[in-house]
Design a protein around this ligand. Structure first.
Ligand SMILES: Cc1cc2nc3c(=O)[nH]c(=O)nc-3n(C[C@H](O)[C@H](O)[C@H](O)COP(=O)(O)OP(=O)(O)OC[C@H]3O[C@@H](n4cnc5c(N)ncnc54)[C@H](O)[C@@H]3O)c2cc1C
Length: 397
């Protein structure tokens, strides 16, 4: 155990009191051993990576924090047979991004995510370049299936090595076991344990580069990014340019950590974009942005009844779902950029309404009060209950 420090110093929101105790093992084996010791103590415990998606109460955490700081990126020697077959068949062409040589990586949980992206881009490995600049650790990346600018971790994740709280054993869980979805996974929904390492498969564009002259990223899937690059959706652009452009776009929104920019003292987006039935979406103003999702069987929609007061229509399956813009709903409920409650040091980001921020010296309770206010405004104006994206420790909204 090491001397516990206030969790405000270990989280990007910079709020939260100390835990009862803290451990920070630096090797994978020590992470396993020390975690099993902690679990044997019958105390509360909390895993913490980069602390960029965790908001801790002012009282701190009455238990042991396991800080995940293991480092290392391993290039796995043998490509799996299926990938080799793909590689043999591959033709280098503009449309050839989905086939071709692949590279597999095994990455320790405490490795900073953006260091991994930078490493992949430098080596000409495509698949996570649009996820540049997302703070936090690789071990937490599957927890909410990180995503941005048209890519998600689930596009590249093969498996995780997982220390199960249930069994105390290390298991390999394949991507299909993890129920990865929009900002969610089985890990976020109650599967307890430690992600020790993640295994990714990326597109090795080095062979293409000898023909095309450059290592290209995956086909672009996000209109704003394609627009910033001056190309069309589906086009491929050199990896390093995609990375630089994403970092620039993110900086403009306060979405890359910057000690000089208080708008980044946050947990990124504080609310997820709500998913509602198309029927419900029709009750919203016509200019409210919405994106059509796959139709879902009615049983997947039932939880929405709790959230939205709108249920599946019996006998009318499948129900069509749309994703709304939480930022638009917040802004149009009268909560603008930079908004803060009187006397509070918590504020809506001055760059966009989806992030709540600590303008300096805010308490966790001030953050929670602001979040409750935003939730109340959106509920009153549009009848939508926004869901918080970060993990709240000791805080209720
Ligand atoms: C400025 C900013 C921008 C952001 N932009 C994005 C974005 O574009 N897209 C996006 O998806 N997210 C974004 N986020 C959210 C955040 O960066 C990600 O969710 C990230 O994956 C969190 O990693 P972390 O290590 O900081 O997690 P933490 O906050 O340390 O932990 C998050 C959760 O994961 C658990 N956890 C941590 N490590 C492990 C482990 N090894 N095994 C099991 N559970 C673990 C924790 O217990 C906690 O429940 C942003 C955050 C900030 C501050």
């Amino acid at each position: 155990m090491i001397e516990p420090v206030a969790l405000s110093t270990l989280t990007t929101f910079r709020v939260g009191g100390p835990p009862a105790a803290l451990v920070a093992p630096v090797t994978e084996q020590d992470l396993i051993t020390e975690t099993l010791v902690v679990w044997g103590l019958d105390e509360n415990w909390l895993l913490l990576g980069g602390g960029s998606n965790t908001v801790v109460a002012d009282e701190g955490f009455d238990g042991i924090v396991i800080s995940v700081v293991t480092r290392g990126i391993e290039v796995l020697a043998a490509a799996p047979e299926s990938s080799k077959a793909d590689a043999a068949d591959a033709a280098v062409s503009d449309a050839g991004a989905d086939v071709g040589a692949r590279v597999r990586l095994r990455v320790q949980a405490g490795e900073p995510w953006d260091d991994l992206v930078a490493y992949a881009v430098d080596h000409g490995w495509a698949g996570i370049e649009a996820l540049s600049g997302i703070p936090g650790s690789c071990g937490a990346a599957p927890v909410q299936n990180i995503g941005a600018y048209g890519q998600e971790l689930s596009d590249s994740l093969i498996a995780i090595d997982f220390l199960s709280y249930e069994t105390g054993e290390v298991d390999r869980l394949e991507r299909a076991d993890l129920a990865l979805g929009y900002r969610t996974s089985a890990l976020k929904q109650g599967l307890r344990g430690v992600v020790l390492a993640i295994e990714l498969e990326l597109h090795d564009t080095a062979a293409e580069a000898s023909v095309l002259g450059s290592t290209l990223g995956q086909p672009l899937k996000y209109a704003q990014l394609a627009g910033a690059l001056g190309v069309q959706l589906g086009d491929r652009v050199p990896l390093s340019i995609v990375r630089a452009t994403v970092l620039g776009l993110r900086a403009g929104k306060g979405m890359v950590l910057d000690p000089d920019d208080p708008d980044t003292y946050s947990a990124g987006s504080f609310f997820t974009n709500p998913i509602v039935t198309e029927t419900f979406a029709r009750s919203l103003p016509t200019d409210a942005p919405r994106w059509q999702l796959e139709a879902e069987p009615a049983d997947r929609v039932i939880p929405l009844e709790e959230y939205m007061g709108v249920g599946p229509i019996p006998g009318e399956e499948p129900v069509r779902l749309v994703k709304l813009s939480a930022a638009w709903l917040i802004e149009h409920s009268g909560v603008g950029r930079g908004f803060r409650l009187p006397g509070s040091k918590a504020a809506v980001s001055s760059k966009h309404t989806l992030a709540l921020t600590n303008t300096g010296g805010a308490t966790a309770e001030e953050v929670a009060e602001l979040a409750r206010y935003v939730l109340g405004r959106v509920q009153a104006e549009f009848g939508v209950n926004l869901q918080p994206e970060p993990v709240l420790v000791g805080l209720t909204l």
